[in-house]
Design a binder for this molecule. Structure first.
Ligand SMILES: [Zn+2]
Length: 400
């Protein structure tokens, strides 16, 4: 797993993930060197570039400390709730050993999935810096319930360097869901690897501005939006000049662009709440201008390609002079995947909300956290509901 990664199965329970970004097994379970009859596995952080000592590892799921090693060399965590794992669904206990910081942990301390759980280390009886891990089923530390690491952890988004030939699997192998990477439930709306460093460099500025305008939860969605608008380039990376009624790129200062971009997004959120529409409508409205939420509110409440396309043709394009539905080619990875490679001249971008999804799903695949264009896709609906809920508290709290 990666730092901060979330993974939830289609049953709404978290998928327990392998805790390191890199897998390099140095010792397996059994009766070899020091593992006796236990089902422990040892890991180091080693790639072609060499070994990293004190390498971070992350919480496989939401969890809390239930036991500290008496010699100050390890910590035992229990999942907060039932999780999906390759061998089934239920509570899991994660025993992690040799972190030099182990004595600083306290019983009851909690971590969310993807949070830093500790570092590989040399505390206790070791021959070198590593993580020793054991997995148990149940919610209490019970040695009789040991399962193998590969039976307890999915290896999604882990760089495999040396897996010792154990039968590791990803979530697709057992729970059949979307690669386990789609944030929802108590997770967060996340950026994926497609969001570039330039955009990420604006994170602090975005955070400051979102907090100032009372929508602190909108930082990540707005960074994704910046990625779509400009990739972080230029003096108006949020392309907010037009939202102020000015000509495109009138704004020359990225900070001013962010200020008006956040303001415009907040307006879009406000009207989304007013007309009880989904979050993807909020994004699409950022592109189209205020008015789209009302239209979607009157047509089912959910942004879909047919509705976005109709609004582009019937409202946006005519308002800018294209009254006869003239289309031009619009070809990129997303439009090809969605089978919509033409757009209306002066009609905005009717795939805008899907482009946001492209930069915010766990693995970047279109529709992994999509917006319900396919009937019966509960996964998508849950995401929509979650994000709506996430943002609605802010909306409710607004004074205007
Ligand atoms: Zn060990």
């Amino acid at each position: 797993m990666k730092a901060g990664q979330k993974s939830v199965g289609s049953n709404g329970k978290q998928n327990a993930l392998f805790p390191m970004e890199v897998m390099y097994v140095t010792q397996g379970p059994g009766d070899d060197y020091s593992h006796g009859k236990s089902k422990a596995v040892d890991y180091t952080y080693r790639t072609n570039e060499g070994k990293v000592n004190r390498a971070p590892y992350y919480a496989p799921s939401d969890c809390h400390v239930i036991h500290i090693g008496t010699a100050g060399d390890g910590v035992v965590w229990a999942s907060d709730a039932e999780v999906n794992y390759p061998g089934g669904t239920g509570y899991l206990v994660y025993m992690v050993w040799h972190d030099n910081d182990a004595p600083s942990f306290r019983i009851g301390e909690t971590r969310k999935q993807g949070d830093l759980l500790g570092h590989t280390g040399t505390a206790g009886n070791v021959s070198g810096d590593h993580l020793h891990m054991e997995i148990y089923t149940g919610s209490a530390f019970d040695k009789s319930k040991a399962i193998n690491n590969w039976e307890g952890l999915f290896i999604n988004d882990t760089q495999i360097v040396n897996d010792y030939g154990f039968p590791w699997v990803t979530t697709d192998d057992t729970t059949g869901n979307i690669n386990g990477s789609c944030p929802k439930g108590d997770g967060t709306f996340q950026l994926n690897d497609k969001v570039n460093a330039k955009v990420r460099s604006f994170e602090d500025a975005m955070k400051k501005e979102c907090e100032a305008q009372g929508i602190p939860e909108a930082v990540v969605p707005l960074l994704a939006l910046m990625m779509v608008e400009s990739g972080g380039e230029g003096g108006d990376p949020m392309q907010s000049s037009e939202s102020q009624g000015w000509a495109m790129n009138t704004i020359k200062d990225p900070m001013m662009s962010i200020h008006y971009g956040v303001k415009h997004f907040k307006e879009s959120l406000e009207t989304s709440k007013q007309y009880n529409v989904d979050i993807w409508t909020t994004f699409q409205q950022y592109n189209y201008g205020i008015g789209y939420a009302k239209y979607i509110g009157a047509n089912g409440g959910k942004n879909t390609i047919p509705l976005a396309k109709a609004y582009s043709r019937d409202v946006v394009a005519p308002s800018l002079g294209n009254t006869s539905g003239i289309m031009v080619p619009y070809v990129n990875e997303i439009s090809i995947a969605l089978g919509e490679t033409m757009r209306y001249v002066n009609g905005g971008n009717f795939l805008y909300a899907f482009m946001i999804q492209y930069y915010t799903t766990g693995d970047g695949s279109i529709n992994a956290c999509g917006n319900g264009t396919t009937e019966g896709d509960k996964e998508k609906d849950i995401i929509n509901d979650y994000i709506k809920q996430l943002l609605s508290d802010q909306v409710n709290g607004w004074k205007y």
